[in-house]
Design a protein around this ligand. Structure first.
Ligand code: COA
Length: 155
């Protein structure tokens, strides 16, 4: 044997989301969040460079990110991120986050922000690992009344 077997270390493929991915994305969204985005919200991001999926045979995670122009500079916004429950703690969320930040960088963002439920310890840990720091809190950000932490990092 001269060629080693393909390594699993490479992880899932990360690519732009396509229409055919939307049902799988929506199912993950429904299982991951108490107040999931509607299907139509994902449709609106189709074709956006910051709507990425992780694919390992099937869609196992996704991220939605975009930029806004605020106070004279472009700010990246991670709007949604989830990994299928069977595929967590395998580096998929981190890869999606890293790729999304790369897209935001290419779009000229100087910083990235996101909101996260203050009870979402796993996600907060992920974001802290990747350099996000708490900037502020927003009371009643979620419709069940929970506060959001606003986390920010430089690109
Ligand atoms: C948050 C989420 C996207 C993380 O995805 P993931 O693929 O499991 O994360 P990763 O495997 O890439 O984790 C990378 C690192 O983040 C931290 N981390 C991730 N999930 C964690 C958890 N539940 N508890 C503690 N630390 C966690 C760890 O440091 C982890 O590294 P390690 O596994 O080597 O210890 C996933 O748990 C999820 O989909 N949750 C439901 C949806 C959600 O809350 N999304 C975020 C909304 S703001």
């Amino acid at each position: 044997m001269t060629t080693p077997a393909p390594s699993r270390d490479a992880g899932p493929e990360i690519r732009l989301a396509e229409r055919a991915d939307l049902l799988a994305v929506y199912r993950i969204e429904q299982s991951a969040f108490p107040q999931p985005w509607p299907f139509s919200a994902f449709e609106q991001y189709l074709g956006e460079p910051g709507f990425l999926v992780a694919v390992d045979g099937a869609v196992i995670g996704y991220v939605v990110a975009d930029t806004i122009y605020k106070h004279g500079r472009r700010i990246g916004h991670i709007k949604d991120l989830a990994v299928h429950g069977d595929h967590r703690r395998d580096g998929v969320g981190a890869r999606l986050l890293t790729q999304a930040i790369g897209v935001l960088d290419a779009e000229g963002a100087s910083a990235v922000k996101l909101e996260v439920r203050e009870s979402n310890e796993g996600a907060i840990e992920l974001y802290r690992e990747y350099g996000f720091e708490q900037r502020s809190t927003v009371p009643n950000y979620y419709s069940d009344g929970e506060r959001a932490l606003v986390l920010v990092r430089d690109v």
